[in-house]
Write a protein that binds this ligand. Structure first.
Ligand SMILES: Cc1cc2nc3c(=O)[nH]c(=O)nc-3n(C[C@H](O)[C@H](O)[C@H](O)COP(=O)(O)O)c2cc1C
Length: 201
């Protein structure tokens, strides 16, 4: 199984990085072929909304996103990870998401061949504990995966994490992250995990 981990945080070694590391460790333990993309390292622009991909499914902008398109197209499972920034995802990874409009057009134009059976998962962390904390990011993730012709498989969504490394105290969450990677790599449906909901249901 080809798996892509998309690291969405600008903070190296932060909470979502650590969780995605665990997820990909789990995936590798099940024999998956794992690629990693760090949005913070990409020299790239956001979408220009120029319409250049409308009839071709090919983006006209020549930058480091070019290397990411084939990884997104080939992956059977995508893990999108990041912190909540203002109820959404950080600008760096949102640029990658917006540029996937070319892949949405590829799908719309029927250039992908038959539909994919792939799945996408969201790994998100936020500092606060509000009920609606992940709504924006989950909708964005769902439609990003839709552009990739993938179904949204659910999320590992953790509240109350702020300082770098806070997640290391959440043993259960780290175990669930490993498990998410392992089960997704085996083509099984992982259980969704919304830790904060227990306190706020
Ligand atoms: C610019 C910015 C915006 C943020 N917005 C929110 C927010 O809307 N809600 C929230 O709960 N936490 C917010 N946070 C806190 C981060 O989500 C939190 O610290 C998270 O654990 C960082 O994850 P990381 O270590 O993977 O980057 C924000 C942090 C920054 C720097």
């Amino acid at each position: 199984v080809k798996i892509l981990g998309l690291y969405g945080s600008p903070r190296q070694g932060g909470n979502s990085d650590l969780l995605l590391d665990k997820v990909l460790e789990g995936a590798a333990s099940a024999g998956a072929e794992v690629d990693r993309v760090y949005a913070r390292r990409l020299e790239m622009e956001g979408c220009r909304e120029c319409g250049g991909c409308d009839e071709t499914g090919q983006c006209v902008v020549d930058d480091e996103m070019e290397a990411v398109y084939p990884l997104l197209a080939a992956a059977e499972v995508v893990f999108l990870a990041g912190p909540i920034f203002f109820y959404s995802l950080p600008a760096q990874v949102k640029a990658v998401i917006d540029r996937s409009q070319a892949l949405w057009n590829r799908r719309r134009l029927g250039l992908n061949g038959p539909g994919r059976s792939g799945r996408g998962f969201l790994i998100a962390v936020g500092a606060t504990r509000g009920r609606n904390l992940f709504q924006g990011a989950e909708l964005t993730a769902k439609y990003f995966f839709d552009a990739l012709d993938m179904a949204y498989g659910g999320g590992l969504l953790l509240r109350g994490l702020e300082a770098k490394g806070d997640v290391l105290a959440r043993t259960e969450a780290l175990e669930r992250a490993f498990e998410l990677g392992r089960t997704a790599a085996q083509g099984r449906d992982p259980r969704p995990f919304l830790e904060g909901d227990r306190e706020h249901a």
